[in-house]
Structures are given as structure tokens and as C-alpha cells.
Ligand binder design. Structure first.
Ligand SMILES: [Zn+2]
Ligand SMILES: [Zn+2]
Length: 99
């Protein structure tokens, strides 16, 4: 016996507005952003959340490091540069094994 999966049409989908650009998207395309980001000691994801489209969410995450950079001391900036350099090189697949 052949079973046909239930088709869910686009029109049945809930629509949501992006809190930033105010454009309307299908609910599944709206991402929750934690105002207190999870990577900044908020593993449980507590606090206020905003619903953003993917584009606005990405832009916001690019903006957060810039804000942090502006309040760093020179010492912290030096450490941050080393971290980012090392991360970027690993991200680009450079093999670190010198042995
Ligand atoms: Zn948006
Ligand atoms: Zn986020």
C-alpha cells in the first residue's frame, strides 16, 4: 500500500513580521534572537527575545562584535585579534600541526 504524505500548502503557514525590517515572512523563516546572546554567558537563553528574519539576524550578529570592540581596552584588543586570527585560519582549513 502506498501512503501519500500530507501536503501542507504555503497558504496554511503562519506569517510573522521581522521586528527589524518589518517585512512579512513564513513563521519558519523567523529566527529568535536573544537580546542577551547565548554566547555571552547566557547558555539557558533567558531574557528578552526578538523575532528577526535571517538577513537582519546576521547583520545584528555582525554588529555586536563591533560594539564590543569599541569598549575594549588596548590589551583586550590585542588578545581579541590573536583569537580572531587563529579562529579564521582554522576556519580556512590551515593545518596547525608543526611536528
Ligand atoms: Zn528583517
Ligand atoms: Zn541572535
Amino acid at each position: 500500500m502506498i501512503t501519500i504524505p500530507n501536503k501542507r500548502t504555503e497558504t496554511e503557514e503562519y506569517k510573522m513580521d521581522c521586528s527589524h525590517c518589518k517585512k512579512t515572512f513564513a513563521e519558519r523563516l523567523i529566527q529568535e534572537h536573544h537580546c542577551h546572546p547565548r554566547f555571552m554567558n547566557n547558555k539557558k537563553g533567558v531574557g528578552l527575545k526578538v523575532g528577526l528574519c535571517e538577513k537582519c539576524h546576521n547583520i545584528l550578529h555582525f554588529t555586536i562584535p563591533k560594539i564590543l570592540w569599541n569598549i575594549m581596552s588596548e590589551d583586550q584588543k590585542e588578545k581579541a585579534i590573536k583569537q580572531v586570527e587563529s579562529y579564521s585560519e582554522k576556519y580556512g582549513g590551515i593545518d596547525y600541526d608543526d611536528s
